[in-house]
Design a binder for this molecule. Structure first.
Ligand code: 5GP
Length: 176
């Protein structure tokens, strides 16, 4: 509870960013506070060791999933794989288009990054409408990997994003 408190205090909001009508949750103060960032990694590590000891890979989403994912993967002693916005990754890739809370995008992954049967957890900073995580789940399933679940620092419950993810469990540290 102490760690969650510390993390919560490092989340601030901005009205009308990046477009009018959106309340944006800014996680940058977490990164700036080494104790808060360690607390995020601690709580994710605890949850994964307890619930998913079999995990093979952490897959992180562009761009803020890249900030938390590699720290967690290192703690767990497993690898990290990035899912990027389209056009950034060389070699053979697969991609999925999706809608956002604000705008549209396409998520892309290298075909050789995740193999069939590997047990995967997806990580991002925030779950809003669920469009982004849903696209990532589709990419993982396309690779015939075993999707264990999703991890996010913040879940915006009122947007019901976890419903879009159907049977894939979502673990969040902070809920609004
Ligand atoms: P969704 O696809 O669930 O609607 O939106 C989640 C994605 O958009 C995540 O990749 C997340 O980084 C970004 N996002 C949407 N709203 C916010 C927000 O309020 N704060 C932050 N930090 N990211 C957001």
């Amino acid at each position: 509870a102490e760690k969650l408190d510390l993390i919560s205090k490092c989340v601030r909001t901005f009205q009308d960013f990046p477009t009018k009508g959106i309340l944006f949750y800014d996680i940058c103060p977490i990164l700036k506070d080494p104790k808060a960032l360690a607390a995020v990694t601690d709580l994710f590590e605890e949850h994964v060791r307890h619930t998913y000891p079999q995990v093979d890979l952490i897959v992180g989403l562009d761009a803020r999933g890249f900030l938390f994912g590699p720290l967690l993967a290192q703690r767990l002693g497993v690898g990290f794989v990035p899912i990027r916005k389209k056009g950034k990754l060389p070699g053979l890739t697969s991609s999925v288009a999706y809608g956002l809370e604000y705008g549209k995008a396409e998520a892309e992954m290298q075909e050789d990054a995740v193999s069939a049967g590997q047990k995967v957890l997806i990580i991002d900073d925030l779950l809003a409408t669920g469009g982004t995580l849903h696209a990532a789940c589709e990419l993982i399933k396309h690779q015939k990997a075993e999707l264990l679940g999703c991890l996010v620092v913040i879940e915006l419950k009122f947007l019901n994003g976890s419903e879009k993810l159907q049977s894939t469990p979502v673990f969040s540290l902070i809920q609004y």
